[in-house]
Design a binder for this molecule. Structure first.
Ligand code: NAP
Length: 338
């Protein structure tokens, strides 16, 4: 496969490089693109240094089979035609096309076949917090239809990109040194704080991030599920967590749910309250699976189950999910070049 990464220098772009190497992805060539800022610099890959080229409106995508895009929604919109015009399939990590009817929104553990219908040759990678949740919901949905979910997220600094991770690190040092704190990427100081706002406020005083969880969960799961989310930025460097309260049509026991999750693709159950064992972001970082635990009956609702999950949102919430989509298409010979 001839592959391109758009946004190679970013948090997600760097993870693409690590995963393509780690998973021994079938590569013929790998082209890297960025803005003027990183163009001309190199990234190490399989013992070589690959040059980042400036993304421009030209024929650089001729011959590319798969373009992994992670340079933000504005760039994805502006360059979608340039990227796909010669037949490349664009797997896009931004929110630019996710809710477009002619763009599939895919999580391979949940709705892999949706990537067969892609009239614009674009496949959207869902919102990171939503991906982690639907991987877990899918296994429970197979036991009984999930009618409703309430979720509170605990989202790490890296969800806002490489510069945001650096900002949290700097802020922690500034606070501990008693210096004044520099605030740029986040709205408030994140070090030693929580910020209950991710993205801008939209309808009904939910944030856009919270509405993404509502709309994208329904699209990925082909479901009428109702979702109410509160998304919170926390001073964790990497990996998001979520407290989830869900309701099913038929009552389920925690044992049934635990058993279904133990055999679910992409999930690891860590649920041993007696030994104080449950998922935590520190241990989910750099791992592929979504970790789930604290599975119990919701005492406030007859058909309610409550659980807790942690997952690396740069991996499964972004780069890994996109690469799994690519691998699925290769395995099922779904690419125009196959
Ligand atoms: N971080 C996450 O956990 C996560 C999860 C899911 C989805 N996403 C989405 O993935 C995308 C990237 O996120 P990120 O966290 O990797 O951000 P990031 O660390 O800030 O990286 C942004 C990347 O975009 C590139 N870029 C910016 N302007 C460009 C231009 N004009 N032409 C070409 N490249 C340009 C940057 O290249 P230069 O360095 O050359 O400027 C950089 O490589 C966003 O849409 C984000 O919403 C992120």
């Amino acid at each position: 496969m001839n592959v391109a990464i758009v946004g190679a220098s970013g948090a997600v772009g760097q993870e693409f490089l690590r995963l393509l190497e780690e998973r021994n992805f079938p590569l013929t060539s790998l082209a890297l693109f960025g803005s003027k800022r990183s163009a001309g610099t190199t990234c190490p890959f399989k013992g070589k240094n690959l040059l980042i080229k400036e993304l421009q409106h030209n024929d650089d995508f001729k011959g590319i089979d798969i373009a992994l895009a992670s340079a933000g929604g504005g760039i994805s919109k502006e360059f979608a035609e340039t990227i796909t015009q010669h037949g490349a399939v664009m797997i896009d990590n931004s929110s630019a096309f996710r809710m477009d009817a002619d763009v599939p929104l895919v999580v391979p553990e949940v709705n892999p076949d949706d990537c067969r219908q892609r009239p614009r040759n674009i496949i959207a990678n869902p919102n990171c917090t939503t991906i982690l949740m639907v991987v877990v919901l899918k296994a429970i949905e197979q036991l009984s239809h999930i009618t409703r979910v309430q979720v509170a997220s605990y989202q790490s600094a890296s969800g806002a990109g490489a510069a945001a991770m650096a900002e949290l690190q700097t802020q922690l040092q500034q606070v501990l040194a008693g210096d004044s704190v520099a605030i740029e990427k986040f709205k408030y100081q994140l070090a030693f704080n929580l910020i209950p706002q991710i993205d801008v406020f939209a309808d009904h005083d939910y944030t856009k991030e919270e509405l993404k969880m509502y709309n994208e969960t329904r699209k990925i799961m082909h479901s009428n599920i109702e979702v109410s989310a509160t998304c919170v930025r926390v001073p964790v460097m990497r990996a998001h967590s979520e407290a989830v309260w869900l309701e099913t049509e038929q009552p389920l026991t925690p044992e049934q749910v635990r058993k279904a999750l133990q055999t679910a693709a992409g999930v690891t159950v860590v649920d041993n309250p007696a030994q104080g064992e449950y998922p935590m972001p520190l241990f989910a970082a750099d791992k592929d699976n979504v970790f789930v635990g604290r599975i119990r009956k919701d005492l406030s609702r007859p058909n309610g189950i409550t659980l807790w999950l942690s997952g690396d949102q740069i991996r499964k919430g972004a780069a890994l999910n996109a690469i799994q989509i690519a691998e699925y298409m290769i395995d099922h010979k779904l690419l125009p070049s196959q």
